[in-house]
Design a protein around this ligand. Structure first.
Ligand code: 5GP
Ligand code: MG
Length: 173
């Protein structure tokens, strides 16, 4: 049977991410870089929450479709939307942001893509949902929602800005 997270739970996840990031970032400029698609919306929403608290973060997006090691196996046709990073990567403190962390392969690819731009001082990882089942030695530094799933479950994520509503469905295979 399917399980759902409603809009309230998703907004609470965004707020939890923003709080955790706020507590740990120092005075140095921090850049949130959202992985397309939907990681960019999560990053944007976290930036918005923190901007209300006068914590201004840099913002960028990364499109890593071409860097995935399992490119041919992706069930969705990846849509290349391009990356937008218009600040200096060299020496920056970057927090990569994604909607769902699963095997870790996307994060690995994002690290490759990011390092093509330069040498950041530090890179961290923030995810709205950690659904477990890693296949790479990659762990998030900030998590909005821990979601227990089976390896074969499908997790459907809809976000307000991208899809018109906030909703997560965990559907058994
Ligand atoms: P990973 O590379 O860690 O397996 O997957 C992370 C990326 O693929 C994220 O950008 C996420 O959007 C997408 N992804 C992986 N697994 C799922 C899933 O179960 N549901 C959704 N909605 N996206 C997923
Ligand atoms: Mg994503």
């Amino acid at each position: 049977m399917s399980r759902f997270l409603d809009a309230e739970a998703i907004e609470a996840g965004v707020q939890a991410l923003a709080r955790a990031i706020r507590e740990r970032v120092g005075e140095a400029p921090v850049a949130l870089v959202g992985i397309r698609s939907r990681g960019d919306e999560v990053a944007e929403r976290v930036c918005r929450v923190l901007a209300e608290e006068d914590a201004d973060l840099l913002y960028g997006t990364l499109d890593i479709s071409l860097y995935r090691d399992d490119y041919e196996h992706l069930h969705e046709n990846p849509q290349l939307q391009g990356s937008e990073i218009d600040f200096e990567i060299e020496g920056a403190h970057i927090i990569l942001v994604d909607d769902v962390l699963f095997t870790g392969r996307t994060t690995r690819a994002a690290l490759d893509a990011l390092c093509d731009y330069g040498r950041p001082a530090r890179i961290e990882l923030a995810v709205l949902i950690d659904r477990g089942h890693r296949e790479m030695p990659i762990q998030p530094d900030y998590v909005g929602i821990h979601l227990e799933t089976e390896r074969r479950d499908h997790v459907y994520v809809l976000l307000e800005g991208t899809d018109g509503e906030d909703k997560v469905e965990v559907r058994p295979a």
